[in-house]
Write a protein that binds this ligand. Structure first.
Ligand code: ADP
Ligand code: MG
Length: 355
């Protein structure tokens, strides 16, 4: 493992910011540490970098115990959200900084800086100063500077967080491509689920200083193990069990759906794109439902629906399907869930429920 953290904990006063966190980053992978603001992401990254010390737990870098190693001996490259470029140095001098510290030969430094300028697609910018670059370009320089001394691992703390959304999207695609070229083991902190999905091989989802779940993005999206992960990874309807049970089949209002009987309450989660709209009931369980609002979002259409019992549902359809059904606001239609997640309390048992 290129990075392994074991049972890491950290308190600030009486506040438990990191609470028994363990995870691994395999060599060459790009892993996202994903969680809401305040969930402990930056603290974990700073502990791995050696900028902060943990109260307990261990950090291993490329198989060696680094728990008590000083920052400069850890071989980590770091990129922060806010540009940390040296303002009075040219782009070339900024990227060369770590190499000067290593006392590399001048000709060697020039060669490496040119190589990195090419890698981050800023070859013509070597003699400019940070103030003469856009925000996105500056973050690319920050990345080149972090990569210059060939770190064992690269740590990125919301590196695109301060940029506008269009630039951020471009940089995500760019970072993914760059990583496919250089394969440096990277841990990427973000609170943005979309960003994590686009950029990373694996996700570690954090909540209140604890790991909720880890795995490949698609696996977590399709098989979340907790309500938190389900809600954090995308828009979702949360339904009462009674609502789910009171579906109709063939027009007869009989309970047509049985949920596995377990003691304790259950919560049912359905994603907007897992709800199907039909004009007639066709033998499958369905809710009669009114279209309260129809919003066109490019290739997709969002429907705000109201069920008989007052439950509101969000449904997402493709533009084509919406046209095919000729849907209009105010109409009554039928809604069938294709896939639901049922979380049973207090056991926290999760069940996939397909119709
Ligand atoms: P994230 O990066 O996920 O937003 P952080 O790791 O920065 O979260 O912080 C986690 C929690 O720890 C937050 O509630 C934050 O206020 C607190 N915290 C972080 N650093 C310090 C500090 N130096 N002193 C006190 N509290 C801190
Ligand atoms: Mg942070």
């Amino acid at each position: 493992m290129a990075i392994a953290v074991k049972n890491l904990s950290k308190r600030f006063g009486s506040f438990q910011a990191v609470d028994g966190v363990s995870f691994e980053v395999p060599a060459g992978e790009l892993v996202a540490l994903l969680g809401p603001s305040g969930s402990g992401k930056s603290t974990i990254l700073r502990i791995i970098a050696g900028l902060e010390s943990a109260d307990s737990g261990e950090v291993e870098l490329t198989g060696e115990d680094a728990t008590n190693l000083p920052v400069q001996h850890r071989g980590v490259g770091f990129v922060f959200q806010h540009y940390a470029l040296f303002r009075h140095m040219s782009i070339r001098q900024n990227i060369a900084f770590g190499l000067e510290v290593q006392k590399l030969a001048k000709v060697e430094i020039t060669r490496r800086v040119d190589e990195l300028l090419g890698l981050v697609q800023l070859s013509g910018f070597a003699e400019r100063y940070p103030s003469q670059l856009s925000g996105g370009q500056r973050q690319r320089v920050a990345l080149a500077r972090a990569l210059a001394p060939r770190p064992k691992v690269l740590l990125l703390d919301e590196p695109f967080g301060a940029l506008d959304s269009k630039v951020r999207e471009e940089l995500r695609t760019w970072l993914r491509k760059l990583h496919d070229e250089v394969h440096v083991t990277s841990l990427f902190v973000t609170h943005d689920q979309q960003e994590a999905f686009e950029v990373c091989d694996q996700l570690v989802v954090l909540n209140h200083g604890k790991v909720e779940q880890m795995g490949p993005p698609q696996t977590l999206y399709e098989h979340p193990s907790t309500p938190f992960v389900t809600e954090f990874l995308g828009s979702v309807n949360v339904l009462k069990v009674e609502t789910v049970m009171s579906m109709e089949r063939g027009g007869h209002p009989e309970p047509s759906l049985t949920l596995p009987g377990r003691s304790g309450p259950s919560h049912v989660y359905v994603r907007p794109h897992d709800l199907e709209i039909t004009r007639a009931i066709n033998g499958r369980p369905a809710w009669p439902s009114r279209i309260r609002k129809l919003t066109r979002l490019g290739g997709l259409v969002r429907l705000e629906m109201a069920l008989d019992d007052g439950t509101n549902l969000l449904v997402q359809l493709t533009r084509e399907r919406c046209l095919e059904l000729a849907l209009e606001e105010g109409e009554m239609v039928f809604v069938t869930p294709k896939d639901m997640k049922v979380f049973h309390e207090p056991t926290a048992f999760v069940e996939d429920y397909m119709i």
